[in-house]
Design a protein. Sequence first.
Length: 447
Amino acid sequence: MTSRTSSITAWRGPFTTLSVMWARLWNVRDRFITWWTALGKLTGDGLLYFLAAGFSLVLGWTSSQPAQWQWGYLTVGPYLLIGAVAFIVGRRVLRREHLVRVILLGAVLIGAVFVPLGLETHWRQLHGGHGDAQPEVGVIERSGKLLSKGQDPYRVYVKHGHLVNEIPGLPKFESFFPYFPLMGVFGLPAADTHQSEGLTDARIIMTLMTLFASGWALALLRLSKEQKLRVAQVLLALPTGALFLSTGGDDMPILALLLLGVAALQRRQTNLAGISFGLAAAMKLTAWPMAAGALLVVRNPEGRSTWRRLFLWVGAIVVVTTVPFVYKAPGAFMSNVFAFPLGFAGVASPAASALPGHVLTTWFPALGHVLAPLAFLIGGYVATKYVHRHWPLTLSQLLAILSVVFTVMICVATATRVGYVIYPLNFALWAVVTQDHKVPAPVLVSQ
């Protein structure tokens, strides 16, 4: 009997230890929230802007990409200055504290987005359209020019292990167009002028789209003024948004459309949600998890599920904008949109960062065909169990699940970049601000 008791105790030991660790982490979280709340809103903003200045300095010092290190050095000053103003003003008791925070947010947008974006687009023009932008900017603009001529943007593809129809004078990875066709609309203005300059730079078009969609979403969201401001800071003003708007991150309009879809789900406006998710899904594969998950939580004003209508909207937009290109060149489409981003095209992607999935598949190439499917199966099982246990799922719970899903995807993918962390970061914040109730803290297990 004694040996059986000892074996049970030993078997429970690891789980008890994990419970204790989880409870302690939760306590650290609670203490951090208490400390953060005590800082005050303006002081908290100032701290965020100071941290952003530190990030900008490190990026300017360490990055080898001209667009990134230029942005880093250009934004250190604005972040430091506005952070200092927030700290100084935060020491006073203000009647219109929120108005001051909004004004400072606008100043950050000018100093960290608009000015660097204008300078980098001008420098790119001086350099003949080369450098001063992330590679995807040129890729999107070339696709826009092809679309404007009625041509297929999927020109390059892999056949029998060899790259076919590579664009001369460009790195192999820049010959691919790893998006759905609708992403090419951001390159259409450059096609009209036959060059990337001024307002026709794809980054400016993507920034305008991001500001329009996110502004509409913030107006619709049923959140407090403070919550809306924090969402705007993370999405647009801090390096989690400003860096990508200025240098050419194509994920920004996707995130803005997803936020608009989230606002529509919260308002129970199925048509708007379907259009928003449909447009995002017709641009990039990273929007598909949110579009699929929305089917679980979409409701009409009476509380009934309207997943069929949402599915029809998303499906119609994706099919209408994609099927003609798939029908014309299915092999090229699959090589560009799926094989290349997933690392199966035999071409090194610039998105290959030193994350676990890429490192493991570099050491053990055979894992490249196993790691992602295995994570998909295990993660799918865990997510299904969670959804079943918490059904009907809330919007906040869906966003929290997606935050975890994207984190896992980023870590196990063979070709991904650290910048994709903006997806789980934003989803996690949206999950917090849209939650309907507080999750109880775990109970500390006695030893």
